[in-house]
Ligand binder design. Structure first.
Ligand SMILES: O=C(O)CCC(=O)C(=O)O
Ligand SMILES: [Fe+2]
Length: 291
């Protein structure tokens, strides 16, 4: 008999609304039907949106955790092009791919979210990771191993937006912890690029401010949205009203042990991470001299 002990109890069982989203058993009956529906949505539409995924009482706990930690977060001023890399110098001067966008977010990186938090434990849930892997139809999918990017909490204050970008890992989940009073809509072009091609027309339109081809849907707090962030141009529209919009961003990749380039992390997380990396470099150098 499978004994559920404190040690192997999976926290997703406590936090997810299992009646509506039976992730505990995806092999049989209702769970299998539910999984097939999620896979269909992912394959046909390029996203899977699960409104009410986190139970209301659990959501309150997760949101309280986020609100408790956020005062320790940095205010990040992120300026980047949509690919988050160096600009291709061969592009014409007026090419939209040269455009850089700027946004301001109060953001906790993975290393600022303690392992004891329910939020971190939820991200590390094997049940949840396996659910995401199956919906994304991957033989293997791992949580991102980057010490800064793996799990983030992002608070967008009124008048802020999250600038258009592709993520640096393939699969992303955005979990809304606290909705904006108005605005703050997660907006995206599902699968707007492949490894060697991009829907330039749709991308250029979005970058010029025309949202007619972009997707957006109403998402209450507790909504768990799966999409392919590395291949779907996305962002969040301007937050309106008095309340910040808070989301948890969970990242996954087919590649085990996936970490992100230092320069990308410094561009996103700024001085704090720059200092951590520089200190490490110095320590490694000193160690080298000692040997
Ligand atoms: O807050 C969201 O819903 C999306 C944020 C996002 O795209 C990111 O942090 O990479
Ligand atoms: Fe993103």
């Amino acid at each position: 008999m499978n004994q559920i002990t404190r040690e192997n109890h999976d926290i997703a069982l406590d936090l997810v609304d299992l009646k509506r989203f039976p992730i505990a058993d995806l092999e049989n009956g209702e769970g299998a039907n539910f999984l097939a529906e999620c896979q269909r949505s992912m394959a046909v539409q390029g996203w899977c949106n699960l409104d009410g995924f986190i139970r209301p009482d659990a959501l309150e706990q997760l949101n309280a955790e986020a609100n408790e930690l956020l005062p320790t977060a940095e205010v990040l001023h992120v300026k980047r092009n949509i690919y988050q890399g160096a600009i291709d110098p061969s592009l014409p001067e007026d090419d939209p791919r040269r455009m850089e966008f700027m946004h301001v977010a109060v953001q906790l990186a993975d290393d600022q979210i303690p392992p004891k938090t329910r939020l971190k434990q939820l991200y590390h849930s094997e049940l949840l990771t396996d659910f995401v892997r199956r919906v994304q139809k991957k033989d293997q999918l791992y949580r991102c191993a980057d010490e800064f990017q793996a799990l983030n909490v992002v608070a967008l204050h009124p008048d802020s937006w999250h600038a258009w970008h592709y993520d640096t890992t393939e699969c992303t989940v955005t979990l809304l912890l606290q909705a904006a009073e108005a605005g703050g809509e997660f907006t995206f072009l599902p699968n707007s690029r492949t490894d060697d091609d991009e829907d330039r027309e749709a991308v250029d339109r979005l970058l010029s401010g025309d949202m007619s081809q972009a997707r957006s849907f109403s998402r209450g707090a507790g909504t768990f949205t799966l999409f392919r962030g590395g291949y779907s141009l996305h962002g969040v529209t301007k937050v309106e009203g008095a309340r910040p919009r808070i989301s948890a961003i969970m990242t996954y990749d087919e590649q085990k042990g996936r970490v992100i380039d230092d320069d990308i992390n410094v561009r996103i997380y700024g001085e704090r991470v720059k200092k951590i990396l520089a200190k490490r470099e110095t320590a490694t150098g000193e160690q080298g001299r000692d040997e």
